[in-house]
Design a protein around this ligand. Structure first.
Ligand SMILES: [Zn+2]
Ligand SMILES: [Zn+2]
Length: 263
């Protein structure tokens, strides 16, 4: 079913016409509980992962105060990463380098990393692929021994919707999304999210503690207008005290390091 963002309650461009030049497309993913497959886009779902490619593991130091046994069954592998998002370009238009890739996979290590890209958060890993280049796929992914359960996404199918965002607090969609604008600086001082090569990096995926709340209820899809809080947090990931973790990419090259910022 389609999910549609309601018209904005304020005529932002009428108030601030200069924002028009800074419009960007964001793809609200609208994750909802479901049974995704390797052939579908998902949050926390199975990845189309080559059988002959080692499953990634984390090599960083961990802060173990919150670690619990990983909740799902599977072959236990120390420090195994877990799937966060699988995005087929056919579902999420605007992902970078469409002439070379049609599948984006994002994983993370579901533990706290004192020395991580965004300290005391899960640590991302990105794979750019073409789906047809993946021959035989792994039958099931290994799972880590322990995790911070706040970082284990509930398996969801996606209902992507393209919207227009502006660099303004009231004009950025809450919830899980791809592309769009950077977050609203508040818990840390602003800094340019720049690559070592000098390019400014761009938002790729936003992982967030819920789809909407009392302050952002105007973003609740019109198709679910009468459902109250039922779909407020299907993914059930908690970043910090309810924050947002945004993964960035370098537009110069896919193999430049990704950055992450918590807002
Ligand atoms: Zn780790
Ligand atoms: Zn770069």
């Amino acid at each position: 079913m389609t999910r549609t963002t309601p018209p904005r309650p304020h005529d932002l461009l009428g108030l601030f016409p200069q924002l028009d030049a800074q419009a960007r497309t964001a793809i609200r993913l609208h994750p909802r509980l479901g049974e995704p497959t390797v052939d579908t886009s998902s949050i926390g779902g199975p990845l189309r992962w080559p059988a002959d490619e080692p499953w990634p593991v984390c090599g960083l130091e961990h802060e173990d105060l919150c670690d619990e046994p990983f909740p799902d069954p599977g072959e236990r592998v120390p420090e195994a990463l877990i799937p966060v998002a699988q995005l087929y370009y056919r579902d999420v238009p605007g992902l970078p380098w469409p002439d070379r890739f049609d599948l984006l996979q994002v994983l993370w290590c579901p533990r706290d990393h004192p020395e991580g890209e965004a300290p005391y958060n899960p640590e991302f890993l990105v794979r750019w692929r073409t789906a047809r280049s993946v021959g035989a796929t792994i039958e099931s992914a290994p799972v880590p021994l322990v995790c911070n359960e706040n970082y284990v996404p509930t398996r969801c199918v996606l209902h992507p919707e393209a919207i227009t965002e502006y660099p303004h607090r009231d004009a950025q969609a809450p919830g899980w999304k791809a592309l769009g604008h950077g977050g609203v600086w508040g818990i840390i001082d602003p800094f340019p999210v720049a690559c070592d090569c000098g390019e400014l990096q761009l938002p790729l995926l936003t992982a967030v503690s819920g789809e909407f709340d009392g302050g952002t209820g105007s973003w609740q899809p019109v198709e679910e207008a009468d459902t109250g809080w039922e779909f407020a947090d299907p993914v059930d990931v908690l970043i910090g005290r309810g924050y947002t973790l945004q993964l960035y990419y370098c537009p110069a090259a896919e193999d430049h390091p990704n950055r992450a910022v918590m807002f």
